[in-house]
Structure formats: C-alpha cells, structure tokens
Design a protein around this ligand. Structure first.
Ligand SMILES: Cc1cc2nc3c(=O)[nH]c(=O)nc-3n(C[C@H](O)[C@H](O)[C@H](O)COP(=O)(O)O)c2cc1C
Length: 358
C-alpha cells in the first residue's frame, strides 16, 4: 500500500527519518545529553491548555502579522538550521523559496551550505534574517555580516546560547561528519580549508568570550537590527533591551545545548514581561502544531520559529515539502485562532491560555 500523504508535522518527521541516512538523521533530530530538553520543548506545550472563547465573529480570520515591521502571512518564521544540503540537494535556496512562497521570513544559518548571496538570489522577493555565530576570527565574522547586508538580509540573529558545544551523543556514537562533498562557505573562510567538517570543528571557531559589552558594540556598529537568539532568563532579556536589540528569541537551540534547560514555552512569559514593549519577543523549540503557535502568542511571543519541522519537510520533499509544512502550520493556526475567538494573532491574550500544572 502506498504511504499516505503527510498531513501534519509528525508525518513529515516520520517520512524524513525513513529517507535520511542514519548519521545525518541523528545530527538533525538529536539533542544534548539525555535529550531531556529536546523532549521537554515538545511536551511542555501539553502542560498549557487553550481557553476557547465563543460568539465572536470569526467568518474572517487572518494569520498575518509583522516581525520587526516586516509583514508576514503567518506568525511562523523558518529557524536557522545548519547544513541543509545534507537534508536535500536543494539546500538553503530551496528553503528560502519555500519561506518566500509561504509569505514568511527565512533565517539563514552561519553554517549554511550556500552563501548568503546565493540564498538571496534564489528567492529575490523573500524576507531574510542572517543568523550569526561570532567567530574568534572577527574578519570572517564581519565578512559574513557584510555579505548578508549587501544581499538584502533584514536583521542579524546573533546566537548566544552556544559558547561551548552541547554534548551531542548521537553524533558521538555515529561518528557523524559532514560529507566531504558538502561545502560550508563560512567554515571554509574561517579555516582557509574546504576539507571535511565536523560539528566540533565548527564550534571551535566560535568566540566563547563574547559578552554584553560586545553586544552593545555590535548593536551600535551594524546597519541592520540585531535579534538576540538563545535567551531564557528575564534578567538577560532586560539587559538585551538595554543594549538596544530589536528582538529576542527565547530558545534553547532546540534542546541541543544545555540539557535540562527550561522548555521555551515555560520561559517565554517572564521574558516577554521583562521585554515589555521595547523589544519583540519570539520563541522557538518544540512548535509542532498551530495550537502550539497560538499558545506561544498567548504567553507573549509575537511569532515563533520552527527548526526541525521545516527541515523534515525539506528532507522529505524539497522545497514543496518545506512549503507544505508551513501551509499546514498556517491552516492549523487559523483554526486555533478561530476557535479561541481571535480573528487575528493580535487578538490573542494571556487569558487564552492556562497552565495545568498547579
Ligand atoms: C540540525 C539543527 C541545526 C541547527 N543549526 C543552528 C545554527 O546553525 N544556528 C542556530 O542559531 N541555531 C541552530 N539550530 C537551532 C534552531 O535554530 C532552533 O533554535 C531549533 O531548531 C528550534 O527547535 P525545533 O527544532 O524544535 O523547532 C539548529 C537546530 C537543528 C535541529
């Protein structure tokens, strides 16, 4: 019997697992240590329940919103995920077309298998953010930023939750290495070699001394806004706002860094309260359903990012698969909004969600 067409994110996850080579699948799917945070990002959403509201005219529901002033057609952005050509030969250009087709932003990883300029050329009408790891070699870092700015990227998402690499035990067991034929331009620029790359090699390039003074300097010197990616604590959000960042992504790197880190849906409320109206707050980690999207909005996020779901779509069916995942999340989000009595994402409030943990 032919496999049924995927109808939700979990279906794409299963399809991708069937199709990917086991080492690559382990790299994409895995988390740090015992993978408690990896699992908890997903499970924590089940500790929150939506509170339906009735007798609101929901004959017209729009999922559209804005992120840093850019209009997007659903409150879901594509998170930066490294090495996308390892999932599908279309790689990051295919992901960029999928995001643009769905009317949302794609955030490109520093550790991408295409250059920022190639990704921009693949989806000229699309909106893009550039994820940045600050390398010890600041010249290479600045060259990445310059190319992104030149190519029309609209913000820098500076990742700060990975000064040391998390213990990815699946990769240790599988001996995972990025296949030699996969180019990683930023790493080649930083090392001066285009030989085979391991994930540990990449993290060795990242500057673990980066601090708040550096952040303040970067905010001053970059022409485009900075979004701080990888924040979990209200105090850090407060400090980030003082430094002048435009956005904060509440993230634990998809459970790949500090195992036992708090699930993002449990952290976002305090971060959003600390940020207030000064900074837009986003969340990633564990979003698999439109109901998760609405739960995150109710806890104070302006939009969410999805990492693995879009990646599973890309792995299973290239650009069409990644686009389909975004369309699934759009229609699920529209339904959840309608049944919560919210014609738009802006109508979602704290009262639409309740914790079931007493
Ligand atoms: C395979 C993989 C590679 C990733 N690569 C990066 C990266 O290069 N830079 C970064 O800031 N985050 C990276 N992330 C983290 C994602 O941006 C995002 O925080 C995470 O995937 C969200 O969780 P989710 O996969 O449950 O949606 C990666 C995540 C995965 C799964």
């Amino acid at each position: 019997m032919p496999a049924a067409d995927p109808i939700n994110c979990a279906d794409y996850e299963r399809l991708a697992e069937e199709l990917l080579e086991p080492g690559a699948h382990g790299y994409f799917a895995g988390g740090a240590g015992d993978e408690r945070t990896l699992r908890d990002n997903v499970e924590a959403f089940r500790r929150w329940r939506l509170v339906p509201r009735v007798l609101v005219d929901v004959s017209q529901v729009s999922t559209a919103t804005t992120v840093l002033g850019t209009e997007i057609s659903l409150p879901v952005v594509v998170a930066p995920v490294a090495f996308q050509r390892m999932a599908n030969e279309g790689g990051e250009p295919a992901m960029a077309r999928a995001a643009a087709g769905a009317g949302t932003v794609m955030c490109l990883s520093t550790i991408a298998t295409s250059r920022p300029s190639e990704v921009a050329a693949a989806a000229p009408g699309g909106h893009r953010w550039m994820q940045l790891y600050c390398f010890k070699d600041r010249e290479v870092t600045e060259a990445i930023v310059a190319e992104a700015v030149e190519s029309g990227f609209e913000a820098i998402a500076l990742t700060v939750d990975a000064p040391w690499i998390g213990p990815r035990e699946r990769d240790l067991r599988s001996g995972f290495q990025v296949p030699a034929e996969i180019d990683v331009p930023a790493v080649a620029a930083a090392t001066g070699s285009d030989g085979p790359v391991s994930v540990t090699d990449v993290f060795d390039l990242i500057d673990p001394s980066l601090d708040w003074d550096d952040l303040a300097r970067l905010v001053e010197s970059y022409e485009i806004p900075i979004i701080l990616k990888g924040v979990a604590a209200a105090d850090d959000a407060e400090r980030a706002a003082e430094c002048g960042v435009a956005g904060i992504i509440v993230s634990n790197h998809g459970g790949r860094q500090l195992d036992s880190a708090i699930a993002t849906i449990d952290a976002v409320g305090d971060v959003a309260d600390a940020a207030g109206d000064r900074v837009e707050v986003f969340l990633d980690g564990g979003v698999r359903r439109g109901t998760d999207v609405v739960t995150a909005l109710a806890r104070g996020a302006r939009a969410v990012l999805v990492g693995r779901p879009a990646l599973w779509g890309l792995a299973a069916r290239g650009e069409d698969g990644a686009r389909h995942v975004l369309e699934i999340l759009r229609s699920e989000t529209a339904l959840a909004l309608a049944l919560c009595g919210c014609p738009t994402p802006a109508d979602v409030r704290g009262k639409h969600v309740m914790s079931i943990v007493r």
